[in-house]
Design a protein around this ligand. Structure first.
Ligand code: BES
Ligand code: MN
Ligand code: ZN
Length: 485
């Protein structure tokens, strides 16, 4: 259920109150900056109270997220005036301000907002993502606000913010979908639909093709499920050709029970979102045409369901991955790296990319290390790491770079295969160990890995983030790809 709220722009030629009357909107909103002076917007209708008194009464400071309301007569009807704080006007503050305003307007048909100064894309993004809702069955009683009309904002910026917010919302929808409905084949069908709609190339490898071409990691991880694995390949070719080819790889485990190394129920119950990063890759690819990105981009989603059964892979099995490198399975719950290994090896051997970035809800250890907001970034190339870090900061999806510690490589040595899928020396550093495993398959090209196990899910609404799947990575990657122009 992508975002119900629509956002539109109008020049600020007319007072907000008049626009609200014409649009049948119940709410009007004007920005407030911190400081002694209250923004003296021309409402075009008489507020019953002096806005400065109202702010003082509520002890409001103009901080982002603050919304102070008072009733307003709009024509013959009743409305509300909302004074919304914009803080320092930074993109992060405007995302928070937009989200707070949209949440305050829940259940209403229309809101007319005088745009804040600053990045209108961030404001629109916050308003739309704060309005995101997911449910199955009857629609909630109070839907998010119908239409937000923004006065005096740069239209192109609002449109860019809308495309980016819709990509993040699509990624949330895919990850929030229960696994009973979400098999690898289902995910592949969604990818094919997106490709059709956005004009992308698409190739789906089913289990037969995967076995024939040697994608042993996908076959092994998918072996326990009655719902076989898929490799999704989406391609975006900009008009007029491209100088750079970038490959995005996403973990697409549609449910992670742990396999025979079964998870306890508490850890398992959130594992429908173990394909969150794969959903992000799909949503990012689908948004590229609308954003006019100039690089050629291939998206790979390694999709499988990790289940225990009589046909499941076993601890001690040895897998031959795409291209011939082998791994020893010592824990079937370290499955993400096994499917990503195939996709990384394939990208390196066949796609000839200038850089590869994989995204994965890979380790509980990354969540322990960095918490629920920062992704762990690993990279073999400093320029690539800097580009992704900057994009994350700009997008409101921060990353923290972690080391690929060469001295730890001995911990994933295996006697029977090229590498073991978990560390065997008691070194700890689970997120690093997983990254070291992946590096074995990434080849010599610039490669980066984002472990999004922490920020991929949220436990509560906060600013533009909504409880459940967050779509983390969609905004970061789109900002990074836009910056390639
Ligand atoms: N999908 C999980 C990682 C995860 C944990 C994501 C919590 C989001 C929240 C992954 O497949 C996994 O099970 N990893 C194991 C690896 C271990 C067996 C080496 C883990 O982190 O416990
Ligand atoms: Mn697992
Ligand atoms: Zn997993």
């Amino acid at each position: 259920m992508p975002i119900h709220t629509r956002i539109r722009t109008e020049p600020d030629a007319r007072p907000v109150g008049r626009v609200a009357l014409d649009n049948g909107a119940e709410l009007v909103a004007v920005p407030v900056r911190p400081g002694p002076e209250v923004h003296g917007a021309d409402l075009g209708v008489a507020p019953p109270l002096d806005p400065a008194d109202l702010l003082a009464f509520h002890d409001a400071k103009g901080e982002p997220g603050e919304v102070v309301a008072c009733p307003l007569r709009l024509g013959d009807g009743t409305g509300e005036l909302l004074l919304y704080g914009v803080g320092d006007g930074s993109p992060g503050a405007l995302r928070r301000a937009g989200a707070a305003l949209a949440r305050r307007a829940k259940g209403r048909d229309g809101l007319v907002v005088l745009a804040p100064e600053g990045d209108a894309a961030a404001f629109a993004e916050g308003a739309l993502l704060g309005s995101y809702e997911f449910w199955i069955g009857e629609a909630p009683r109070r839907r998010s606000v119908g239409t937000i009309t923004v006065l005096g904002a740069d239209r192109a910026a609002v449109e860019r913010g809308t495309v980016i917010a819709e990509a993040a919302a699509l990624a949330r929808d895919l990850a929030n979908t229960p696994s009973v409905d979400k098999s690898p084949a289902w995910l592949a069908d969604r990818a094919a639909e997106l490709a059709e709609r956005s004009g992308l190339g698409v190739r789906i490898r089913d289990e037969g093709a995967l076995r024939e071409e040697g994608f042993g990691g996908l076959i092994a991880v998918g072996a326990g499920s009655v719902r076989p694995p898929r490799l999704i390949e989406l391609t975006y070719e900009p008009e007029g050709g491209a100088d750079r080819h970038l490959v995005l790889v996403g973990k697409g485990i549609t449910f992670d029970s742990g396999g025979l190394s079964l998870k306890p129920n508490d850890n398992m119950k959130t594992m429908k979102t173990d394909m969150a990063a794969g959903g992000v890759v799909m949503a990012v690819l689908a948004a590229l045409p609308a954003l006019g990105v100039r690089a050629r981009v291939t998206g790979l989603v390694a999709a499988a369901e990790n289940m225990p059964s009589g046909s499941a892979m076993r601890p001690s099995d040895v897998i031959t991955h795409y291209g011939g490198r082998t791994s020893e399975v010592l824990n079937t719950d370290a499955e993400g790296r096994l499917v990503l290994a195939d996709a990384l090896a394939y990208a390196d051997a066949v796609l000839e990319p200038d850089a590869v970035v994989d995204v994965a809800t890979l380790t509980g250890a990354a969540k322990v290390a960095l918490g629920l907001r920062h992704a762990a970034l690993f990279a073999t190339d400093d320029a690539l790491a800097e580009g992704l870090t900057g994009a994350g900061t700009a997008a409101g999806e921060p990353v923290w770079r972690m080391p690929l510690v060469d001295d730890y490589r001995v911990a994933i040595e295996s006697e029977v295969a090229d590498v073991a899928n978990i560390e065997r020396r008691g070194f700890g550093g689970g997120a690093i160990m997983a990254a070291l495993f992946l590096r074995e398959f990434a080849g010599k090209r610039p490669w980066a890995h984002l472990d999004v196990a922490g920020p991929g899910r949220a436990t509560a609404d906060d600013a533009e983030i909504t409880k459940g799947a967050t779509g983390y990575g969609a905004r970061l990657l789109l900002n990074w790809l836009i910056a390639q122009n």
